[in-house]
Ligand binder design. Structure first.
Ligand SMILES: O=C(O)c1cccc(C(=O)CC[C@H]2O[C@@H](n3cnc4c(=O)[nH]cnc43)[C@H](O)[C@@H]2O)c1
Length: 231
C-alpha cells in the first residue's frame, strides 16, 4: 500500500490513515483485494499480526511506533458461535474481549476483571462499527454484531464453546488476535475495530467443515464496504 500519507487533520475526528492487522498472509491478501487503492483519500497499511494475542499485540505496537494512524482494525477469519454467526457471515465487534484472561477457581473461571487485576475487554469504535454493519446488511450480506472473543487456545469442545458463550452474553465469534491488537491500539490512544468473516463453528474440531475460502471472500467484500463507509 502507498505509505505516504496525505496531510490530514485527525484531531477533527477524520479517519484518513488506517492500520489493518491480520494473523496470516491469506487474510492480508483478501483485504488487499477488497481495498481499492485508487481511493487516495484514505491510506491503508495491512500488516501481519501473527497468530495469537501476544504476537498480535507486539506486532501491532511495532507498527504503531513506526507509523501515524487514526484507526486500527483487527481483521481475518473467525469461528462463529452456533446459532449466532453462520459460516460465510461477517461479524463486526461491539467489544473485543480476551475470554481466557484470568484464573481457574474452584467455582469456575474468573476473569481479570472479576479478580481485580485489570480489564479483559475494550470497546470498538461504535459509530464506524454501526455504519459498517448497516452498510453490509443493506447490501444483503449476512452480518452480526456483538462481542468478539479472543482466545489463546481455540475452542475444541462443545462444553468450552458453551462456557465461553455463557460468560460473554451476545458473543458472536471467537478468534485469536483481536484483544492483542486492541491493547496495543489503546496504548497509542487509537480507536479500534474488529471485522471477521466466519470460517467455522466454534466447538469440536472438524477441519473438514471449515470454509476458509468462503470466509476470505466474505472478508474481501466486507473491506470493500468498509472503504465505502469511510469515504
Ligand atoms: O486445528 C484446529 O482444529 C483449529 C481449531 C480452531 C482454530 C484453529 C486455528 O488454527 C485458527 C488460526 C487462525 O484462525 C482464526 N480462527 C478461525 N477460526 C477460529 C476459531 O474457531 N477459534 C479461534 N480462532 C479461530 C484465528 O484468529 C487464528 O488466526 C485450528
Amino acid at each position: 500500500m502507498n505509505s505516504s500519507f496525505l496531510p490530514e487533520a485527525p484531531e477533527q475526528g477524520l479517519i484518513r490513515r488506517i492500520l489493518i492487522m491480520t494473523a496470516v498472509e491469506a487474510e492480508q491478501a483478501a483485504i488487499l483485494r477488497g481495498w481499492n487503492v485508487n481511493h487516495e483519500s484514505i491510506q491503508v497499511e495491512v500488516k501481519l499480526a501473527g497468530v495469537g494475542p501476544a504476537a498480535a499485540a507486539a506486532n501491532t505496537a511495532i507498527a504503531l511506533a513506526s507509523g501515524d494512524y487514526d484507526l486500527v482494525i483487527s481483521a481475518g477469519i473467525a469461528g462463529g458461535f452456533a446459532g449466532t454467526a453462520e459460516i460465510g457471515s461477517v461479524v463486526v465487534a461491539t467489544t473485543i474481549e480476551q475470554a481466557d484472561l484470568g484464573a481457574e477457581t474452584g467455582e469456575g473461571f474468573a476473569s481479570v476483571d472479576e479478580l481485580g487485576f485489570g480489564s479483559s475487554r475494550l470497546p470498538a469504535h461504535a459509530a464506524l462499527s454501526t455504519r459498517l454493519s448497516e452498510a453490509l446488511a443493506a447490501a444483503g450480506i449476512p452480518v452480526h454484531t456483538g462481542p468478539v472473543l479472543t482466545v489463546s487456545a481455540a475452542t475444541g469442545t462443545a462444553l468450552t464453546a458453551a462456557a465461553r458463550a455463557g460468560r460473554s452474553p451476545g458473543a458472536v465469534a471467537e478468534a485469536m488476535e483481536g484483544f492483542g491488537v486492541a491493547v496495543a491500539a489503546d496504548k497509542f490512544g487509537l480507536p479500534i475495530m474488529e471485522i471477521r468473516a466466519i470460517s467455522n463453528v466454534v466447538g469440536p474440531r472438524d477441519k473438514a467443515a471449515w470454509r476458509i475460502g468462503d470466509a476470505l471472500r466474505a472478508l474481501e467484500t466486507a473491506i470493500t464496504h468498509l472503504q465505502e463507509v469511510l469515504t
